[in-house]
Structure formats: structure tokens, C-alpha cells
Design a protein around this ligand. Sequence first.
Ligand code: GLA
Length: 726
Amino acid sequence: MAIGYQLENRIFTLNTAHTSYQMKVDDFGFLLHLYYGGRVYGNMDYLLTCYDRGFSGNPSDVGNDRTYSMDVLPQEYPVMGVGDFRNSALIIRNADGSDCCDLRYVGHETKRGKYGLPGLPAVYADLEEAETLEIYLEDKVSGVRVTLLYGVLEDADIITRSVVVENRGERNVTVEKAASACLDFVTGRFDMLSFYGRHTMERNLQREEIRHGVYSIGSRRGTSSHQYNPAVILADRNTTEDAGGCYGMVFVYSGNFLCEAERDQYDQTRVMMGLQSDLFHYPLAQGEKLVVPETIMSYSDQGLGMLSIRFHECIRDHLCRGKFRDAPRPVLLNSWEAAYFSFDGQTILKLAKSTASLGIDMIVMDDGWFGKREDDNSGLGDWQVNEKKLGCTLRELIEKVNDEGVKFGIWIEPEMVSEDSELYRKHPDWALRIPGREPVRGRNQLVLDFSRAEVREYIFGEICRILDQGKIEFVKWDMNRSIVDVFSMENCQGKVTYDYMLGVYDFLEKLIERYPDMLIEGCSGGGGRFDAGMLYYTPQIWCSDNTDALDRLRIQYGTSFFYPALTVGSHVSAVPNHQTGRSVSMHTRGVVAMAGAFGYELDPEKLAEDEKEAVREQIRQYKRQEELIRRGRYYRLSNPFTQACAAWMFVSEKQDRALVSVVMLEIHGNMTVSYVKMKGLKPDVLYRDTKSKNSYYGADLMEAGLPMPVELKEYPAYQIELVMEV
Ligand code: GLA
């Protein structure tokens, strides 16, 4: 049993293979958090201490016991208005205007299997793989009931949390803030690791000590954003890649979020993950509910590397869905950097012909094939094929591409509308706009109000009409601006940001139901919506609009802390690179792109013969290694922000094969030698390097490492294939 409850002292224990989580209902019905971390065996309520703390209020239930205060005790789900002055997980505005919600335990239930969330992405598991705990808390005065949901995936070392807020009272209330997970720690000094960035430079790692005060990251952009990823790590100050304790929290949501970390007056730490409170005022009339998106949590006592592996496995096996969860991904060529908007049917066909000759499986026709769309100033919303531009129907084009033995994929951006479009001229009220104000433009486009069913249904119909025109096996779903004008002509304003996301999920769910064999790649100007929520619908996401191999090393390094390699869309592009002007060898570009769902983003006709041959060899190599990259364990071997080389490796489940990739980042006169230490191998077993034919014990490679060659050039890359000797 992963979930236990002791009736006599009202303690809940959630156990996974290597972790324990405990909480307790106290004498007054408050739900206190006791412990989360490595496996423990006893009752952890001995950790609670009570002292008279000045200016920390006491609930009336305790009489004149001044030692009992919500301001000091660790809470499971802290609320505003009961004397806890730290950050609240929940703020309820009552009908009388007060901000108070005094939640007390009223019951609980345990269930087999993992709970699901209506309309929202969530971790799933077989009945025997998971258990669910629901704890019910209620505020007597307002009638607000809060259900805390816990999903325990014992073998996977994963605990998920979500929350349902329900108005069971008679008067309306408004949810002003709602988190799905809070972790209170009575001991410990922590660092917070978060992933900040910008368009074309996403997910840079930042590690900062949590000090007194509040440190927060989040998004108000309507998407999870390039700027901060909705995933953080809380690590002991001395935790490294390979040792020490650390907690991960990943929000399974693609819209506005807020993550707050706080060290309080008694050096206790609180970390919360949930919905962004700005632009959010969610009204609940009698009987209405709000479901707060899920947070996935895990704890590792073996450093950041093991934490990442737990999240990779959870996301790969319990969040990604559909045929392509387990199927090899096609190697594709995307037309964007090959042609941008300047193409016709012949261009696509030519690209298809050259992809066929190189061994690429699929061509994806990117932006520019519909409506009036010669640049990015018009046409969004008009999902009609521009047959004049293509010189044929879409069906004919697809058939010609297929005749070359190449699959066909297409780009769409369903959430958007250009002011210069037929759709906007007909339905200006379908765009998010604040009446009486000029809208803020982004990429000269507006955002459709996906919180409205009729808007979604219309676009869904239009997109399906396109997808039904031929054998379309791949869709790249893009979203190319941040949302500013949060105002819906039909919906209640405080709900728009949340309902918009639900609308996007609803659309995606219908799309995957209707086209179960189609692979959907998420994208938002590259990695602006690279999150666990999208991965429930799109098992891969275009990781960044930056295809420069050197920058990609760092972007992919940051991405690897939570997201498995097979979710990372990663392409070889032309040099000089279009984002940085840098030139890096074809080999190095290939090695970097092979750390993900592999493809190309260039015009093969512009390649020299030897480069074409290199591409063919890359594809053979990728296909040989594909299963290892998709199913193997991923280990970071270096930090490309601070070390002279970037190195990572994949190790097969049986530990009998491994692929080590290394890119040298520096070259100097009289260069020092880099030794790459490997991970995840069996120590006492011999592995053969298939190229050099040298054999090494796993322990030797892990303890001492392998010297990398010193070559007189910039950014050489090496791939070392290791096979266990039999
Ligand atoms: C975004 C995407 C690119 C490309 C363009 C097309 O920027 O990230 O890959 O699809 O849109 O307009």
C-alpha cells in the first residue's frame, strides 16, 4: 500500500520506492505537513515544535495557548485569513469582500489508480501502478470545499498533487489565487534551480539560495513562456549532479503560472507551484468548481541526475500519449529555414526529392501555404490552401511528395488571427481585445478567444478540412505571441486566461481523437510553451527557434533537467547559422541534434556532395541509435555553461549499450586535455568502444573517464558507442 492512514493520530503517509511524504490532521482539524524526503518509517509529528511566537496569531480554538500558530506550523495547503502571514496557496474572496477561508479536515478517501482531471492534462497510470488520496477540507462559513488530490506512483517515485475548489455555500465566492502544491520544510537550507530565458535562448539554468523574503518566477503571457519554465528544483545547498537531496516540481500546465519560494522568519522554507494570481479572479457560484492543474513532484537523494531520470521516465511513460509515445519518430525536414515564406509547390517537391535521396522520412511544409500569407503580417485565421501559390491542390502536392517515398507534414497556428484576414473582417469580436482600447500586437497578429466554444469549433472545422485533404502524418502546432488583451466578449473576465488554456487543450484532445496516427509537434516560437501540459497532447515540442548547435547545447542542457530527449525537437540547420551567424561543422551539428527528435531545417540542394554524404551517414547513425535515445537513461556528463566541453550520454535499460556525445567548447594554444567521466554503466563489466575497438571496464570509464582528443579546430564533436562485451 503506497497510501496509509493511522486513525488514532490522523497521520497520512504516502510511500514510494525511495521516498516518504507525511501529513497530519491536528486536534483542530488543520492539515499540517510533516515530511517529504527519503524513505522514513515512523511518525514524523515529533518534528513539530510549538513556542510562543510574538506577532504570530493563534486560532480561537486553542484558547489562550499562544504557542499554536498557523504562522509557524508547516501547512499542507496554506490559506489566506487564518493567521499564516507567509505566502498562501489559496486566496478566496468572499461575497462580503473578506479574504478568508478557514479550511478544516472533514474526511478523506483512498482509491486504486491515479485520478484524472476533467479537461486538463495529468499523469496517468494503470490501476495497479498508482493510488489516489483525496482529502476534503471545508470552510464552514463560506461553504468552500477544497479537495486535495494526491497521486502516488510508487515504483516511479512520483507524487502528484492537484486541487479542486468547490463552492458548496449559497453565496458567490471568487478564487483569487490557487496553487496545486505547497511544500513546507521546517529544516534545511535550499537552493532553487530555475530555468529562465528569452526567445531563441530558452531554459538557462539559474541556481540561487532561497533567502529571507519571497523569490518567484512565473508567467503572465498566456503561455508557460520562454522566460521561465514551469518547473523548479529545490536542492540542498551542497547537492550536485551526482549526490545530495533535491526535490523537483513540474507544473502540468501551459498557461500563466506562479512558483514562489520563501524562507520565513524561523528559517523555514515554503515552495509553491500553481496558477498565476495576476489576471485571475475565478468566480464560483453555488455548486461550481475550479480544478487547479497538477504538479508532479519527486525527490532524489542521489543528486540532480537521478531527479532528472525520474522525471524523464514519468513524462515519457505517464504523460506523453498516443502512438508516438513508443514509436520511433520520423526524421523530418522542415521547410522553414530552407525557404521561409518563399516557396511554391515545386519548392516543396524539390525538397521532398532531395530528402528522399538523403534518407529523410518526412517533409514538413511550414508557414506560408494558406490564405494571403507572403509574410507574417496577414492571413492567420484563413485556413484555406493557397492553391495559386502551390500550383496545385494540397492533395496533389501530398501525393507527389508521397510518390517520392516521403511522408508529409504541415504547419498550423490555430489560436491566431491576423487583422488582415477574412476571418478578422468577419468576426472582429473573436479576437481577445479590450473594448474601447487598441489591442497590443505581437508579430502583427491577435489571439483568438479560445475560451469560447464557437470560436474553437469554427477553427477546428477549418483545420480538419485541411487535414482531411490528404495523407498528413504530422502537424506542427505553433503559437507565436504572448497574450496581452485579456478580455473576452462572451466569457467572464477573471476566467479568461484559464479558460483559454482549457480551450486549447479541448481542441488538442479532439484533434488527437480524430487523428490518432498523426504526430503533433508543439511549438511557440520554438520553446515558448515547452511544458508538461503540452506534452500530454504533443509528444514532442520544437525546442527553440535557435538552431545554432552551440547555443542548442545550452538550451538542451537546461531542457534536460525535466524533459526527456524524445520530447525535444532538434534539427540540423545551415551554416552560417541564421540566428547567430556562427559556422559549426556538419558533424557537430548532427551530434547536437541527435540529443532529441532528430531532423533537418535546411535546403539539401545547397549542400556540397560530401555534406550530403555526411547527412546520409548521420541518418543511418541516428536510426541505429534511435531506440537508445528514446528509451535509454539520459545522463548529463558536464555543464556546458561552465566547462570546456558539453557531454551527455544515453545508457540502455539493460546497461549493455551506451552512446556518449561530446562537443568541445574551447580551443586554446597548448590545449589542456578534457577527460569525460561516464555514468550509469555496470562497473565490473567490459565495454567496447565500437570505433577504436578498445575495451574498458565501466568503473574505469566512470571513475577516471576517457581523454578527449585535442584537435586544432573549433567545436569538434565526438560520439562514442559502447557495447558490453559478451
Ligand atoms: C515560429 C516557429 C518557427 C516557424 C515560424 C513560422 O517562429 O517557431 O519554427 O514555424 O514560426 O512562422
